[in-house]
Ligand binder design. Structure first.
Ligand SMILES: *Cc1c(COP(=O)(O)O)cnc(C)c1O
Length: 244
């Protein structure tokens, strides 16, 4: 008996219901199953239950987990990345949600050219302005988008990502998600570029995110249960900060 079938079906049903409320097709929303802190046996069960796309927030954790996991699993980086790990990141991940500086972009672009890989990237935006959060300020976005569009050969910019501030009331996240969508819309217009992906929404707020236009929801706890406290990121600079 695979314990992940029921939570997976429940999350997919909630995704579909939220999509219908927003007059969207459920097939336009991609579930990124966040397996950080869980082992490869969890990934195997998740694949057996029907999940295919997995999110990790640390390069070094993904580096041991991916080779032990089914080869059909696809991997995306959702957490903060240090430039000195760019080399590994472009080999491990098909998409990197957390590009948050020109310096990191340049390191990833050089690394991907060298590795011969072509990852997609999203720019992470700190919409709420919380000082504890990673991400570009909305004001900094145009300059970074300009740089990325001018210099991206191996890397393709296809979207934006954000994390809403922690709040037990998911409605509190709505204005932040709406703002990311508006930022995306204005960048598309200003740069005449297609940015189809909006990576927003986690276990506590993915339905609100879908109502506000999310295409990629990053869900861990609702699928795999609570994570052990010891692996939370305060003690480790190479993870996301904020609402974990
Ligand atoms: C851990 C994490 C998630 C998933 O969080 P849950 O609340 O467990 O669903 C989503 N996005 C990022 C960036 C994360 O680090």
């Amino acid at each position: 008996m695979n314990d992940l079938i029921a939570p997976y079906e429940a999350v997919m049903a909630r995704i579909a219901a939220a999509a219908r409320r927003a007059n969207r097709s459920p097939s336009d929303i991609t579930l990124v199953a966040v397996t950080k802190t869980h082992g490869a046996e969890t990934v195997r069960d998740a694949v057996d239950a029907g999940m295919t796309l997995f999110g990790e927030n640390k390069v070094q954790e993904a580096a041991w987990k991916i080779p032990l996991s089914p080869s059909c699993a696809r991997w995306q980086l959702i957490g903060h990345l240090q430039t000195n790990k760019a080399r590994h990141a472009v080999r491990l991940f098909e998409t990197i949600h957390s590009v948050d500086s020109i310096r990191l972009f340049d390191a990833l672009e050089a690394a991907a050219r060298q590795a011969g890989t072509r990852p997609e990237i999203y720019l992470e935006v700190n919409v709420s302005g919380e000082p504890s959060k990673y991400g570009l300020s909305p004001e900094a976005l145009p300059e970074v988008v300009d740089h990325v569009l001018t210099n991206g050969q191996a890397l393709t910019l296809t979207g934006l990502m954000t994390m809403a501030p922690f709040n037990p009331d998911s409605e509190a996240a709505r204005p932040h998600f709406a703002r990311l969508r508006r930022l995306r819309d204005s960048l598309q217009e200003r740069f005449a570029v297609d940015l189809p992906h909006l990576s927003m929404g986690m276990s506590g707020d993915f339905e609100v995110a879908i109502e506000e236009g999310a295409t990629d929801v990053r869900v861990g706890t609702a699928l795999f249960g609570a994570r052990p406290k010891a692996t939370r990121p305060q003690a480790d600079a190479d993870t996301t900060s904020g609402m974990l």
